[in-house]
Design a binder for this molecule. Structure first.
Ligand code: DQA
Length: 143
């Protein structure tokens, strides 16, 4: 089984950005965490991060026929991007959405997610463990 992990804008700044919200662990720590989880489950994974909406759309399109599942934290694009939603619908790859923080307890504009209109599983507010929960869900269902 092959899983693509996609992280949106500013997640490369983990460890530096708003540590009270996102913690002190770095983006590099997140990548190692996710790669370890996948290796323990004998799943092949590829981790991608971009600050650019169109590049994320292209990365999702490139999953077509190549990946069995997607874990995505679209970051701020969660709340704005019809293009990312449409890309996920276009490739029709099983998808789980993750947010490190508890978005429902933050500003009103973070309460709506376009990606949730497609994602079959949404995990929020569990930090890095949210990625593990999302990966385990997809592995259990599709491996
Ligand atoms: C986030 C939540 C988003 O609202 C925010 O824009 C992010 C990160 C999270 O992981 O909690 O950049 O997706």
């Amino acid at each position: 089984m092959k899983i693509k992990i996609i992280n949106g804008p500013n997640l490369n700044m983990l460890g530096i950005r708003e540590p009270d919200v996102y913690g002190r662990q770095t983006y590099k720590d997140l990548v190692s965490f996710v790669e370890n989880v996948c290796s323990e489950l004998s799943v092949e994974c590829s981790v991608y991060q971009s600050n650019h909406e169109g590049d994320i759309v292209t990365e999702i399109q490139n999953c077509y026929g190549e990946y069995d599942a997607i874990v995505i934290n679209p970051a701020a694009y969660t709340h704005t991007s019809v293009a990312i939603l449409d890309a996920l619908k276009a490739v029709s790859v099983p998808t789980a959405e993750v947010h490190l923080s508890e978005v429902s307890e933050r500003e009103d504009f973070r309460h709506f997610s376009y990606v949730s209109l497609y994602a079959e599983k949404v995990v929020t507010g569990k930090g890095f463990d949210g990625y593990k929960e999302a990966i385990c869900y997809l592995v259990e269902k599709y491996k």
